[in-house]
Design a protein around this ligand. Structure first.
Ligand SMILES: Cc1cc2nc3c(=O)[nH]c(=O)nc-3n(C[C@H](O)[C@H](O)[C@H](O)COP(=O)(O)O)c2cc1C
Length: 222
């Protein structure tokens, strides 16, 4: 039995969100391919984490025996996030682009989960090698060769931080041009937007089934 950790960060619910639509398709395919498996859903917009703060950092760098009540609570909450990620056999993350970068709720999750001596550090990277699929949604396009390719700070950031700090090589599913249908200036891009959405949904379905098959060891998970 394998566990999928399904993380969303979009401000918008359900099908109003491109990333949620694709992560939900991923989770549905996972469930279908691996009915005995588990899906844990963490909604960072509905249930936001606190920004990492001095109390939380001081707790990580001090002897737990010396923790104040507040430090102990902050550290326990952080460890719960780390343990949730460690317990997952695979993770799918919805990563909407806001102002060229990550949703701040997702950045908060990353700041909590990168924990020296546990997930970060030589010989201690407890999440190293974990399969992570990132659904990167954006209103425009930042693909190589487009005018704004240098302003892509979601996929580039996540690839760097997950690899350098956690030993994870994420795979990306990109759903782009999501504003084409609502922005008259992007009307010509609607066919490309529809193509991107169809491709993202197909990739999510295929990737979830492949991972479920690989991680569950269940020969019927195809
Ligand atoms: C606050 C905010 C900032 C945004 N900034 C950008 C941006 O810098 N570049 C872009 O291409 N789209 C931007 N968008 C559009 C979103 O990336 C787009 O709506 C995407 O589909 C978001 O993912 P979601 O549909 O899962 O919420 C922004 C949207 C919001 C709400």
């Amino acid at each position: 039995m394998a566990t999928l950790l399904h993380i969303d960060a979009s401000l918008f619910p359900g099908e109003a969100s491109a990333s949620r639509t694709v992560t939900a398709a991923f989770a549905d395919a996972w469930r279908e391919a691996h009915p005995d498996g588990t899906v844990v859903h963490r909604d960072l917009a509905a249930d936001p984490l606190p920004h990492i703060d001095a109390l939380t950092v001081s707790a990580a760098f001090s002897d737990p025996a010396t923790h104040t009540e507040a430090q102990a609570a902050a550290h326990a909450a952080r460890l719960a996030l780390v343990e949730e990620a460690e317990a997952a056999d695979a993770i799918v993350i919805g990563a909407p682009m806001y102002n060229f970068g990550l949703a701040s709720s997702l950045k908060a999750w990353i700041d909590h989960v990168i924990l020296a001596g546990r997930t970060l550090g030589e010989g201690t990277q407890s999440l190293a090698g974990k399969p992570v699929v990132i659904v990167a949604s954006r209103g425009g396009s930042y693909e190589p060769g487009t005018p704004r390719e240098d302003m892509e700070f979601v996929k580039n950031y996540l690839a760097s931080v997950l690899s350098a700090h956690l030993g994870i090589t994420p795979e990306f599913i990109t759903i782009q041009l999501t504003l084409a249908a609502s922005n008259p200036a992007m009307a010509d891009l609607i066919p490309l937007a529809e193509q991107s959405r169809a491709e993202a949904l197909a990739q999510a379905d295929a990737k979830a089934r492949e991972l479920a098959l690989r991680l569950s060891g269940d020969p019927v998970a195809v």
